[in-house]
Design a protein around this ligand. Sequence first.
Ligand SMILES: Nc1nc2c(c(=O)[nH]1)N[C@@H](CN(C=O)c1ccc(C(=O)N[C@@H](CCC(=O)O)C(=O)O)cc1)CN2
Ligand SMILES: [Mg+2]
Length: 307
Amino acid sequence: MNSFPHVNIIDGKAAAARVLAEVRDEVSDLKSAGLHPALAVVLVGSDPASQVYVRNKVLRAEETGICSLEHKLPADTREDALLALIERLNGDPAVNGILVQLPLPRHIDENRVLQAIDPLKDVDGFHSENVGGLSQGREVLTPCTPAGCMRLLRDTCGDLAGKHAVVIGRSNIVGKPMAALLLQAHCSVTVVHSKSANLRELCRQADIVVAAVGRPRLVDADWLKSGAVVIDVGINRIDEGGRSRLVGDVNFDSALGVVSAITPVPGGVGPMTIAFLMKNTLAAARLQHPALHSQPKLPEAPCPSIS
Ligand SMILES: Nc1nc2c(c(=O)[nH]1)N[C@@H](CN(C=O)c1ccc(C(=O)N[C@@H](CCC(=O)O)C(=O)O)cc1)CN2
Ligand SMILES: [Mg+2]
């Protein structure tokens, strides 16, 4: 039996609603100072999941008072046309944040597109200037999913210093920036991936597990230490008994017998990704208007470097 009978099932929707309420207040402060924050959302093609995410981003922007500017381009859009649009958005002083929904169609070089975004408008935090700044502990725009995971962890655990965190997955969007943020929070961090030896044994040592590999229910109860806190970033659509359903990278039902806290899928990390996109749009607006930058408003203000 679990020695943690009252497992905390972390409610990502409620946490996201709190973040969005903060954003709404900050937007109203900015508007009083004469700045109307605006987010440009670029979608190329008609991938159904991307369409849903973009629609939700636009809805959350509207709800918080951020102006959203949607650019929907056909799947056969040429790379140079997309780059030209980004150039135009970079030069438009009314646009504070630029988001290009991923994945892009295969004929477009994703890296070239992300590098074309002005780092000060890069609300996804994917530009190499922001990636480098994050690893150096500078105050930069930080990828939304890891930033959302950090908020969930701080709300759940309080101070993270000294905890051993294992990040499963080494993607540029989640695994690598997540490891950087956990290091800034003074965790001991292990990053594991598909080629790691002893994956299960490494995970069993963790106080915190962040699973971001895209393998349905990879992490089972016997991968987890008693009382571990689990953040499940996986969003895997599987067919079960003839029904399509969404599951994470963690076997939620079995993990419940071991952990002290865990995020569900859906309703865990996902909603936080979009809430932190709104936070980043405000952070970008403040970075572009340093006179408004009186208080540090970046969602994950870096801690001093670790010695
Ligand atoms: N430019 C970007 N592209 C992509 C990102 C990103 O951060 N920036 N992340 C993902 C997709 N994504 C946001 O874009 C995203 C994924 C999932 C959710 C979410 O709320 N998921 C729900 C379930 C949704 C469902 O039913 O399918 C949940 O987990 O509760 C939000 C945003 C890749 N692309
Ligand atoms: Mg990965």
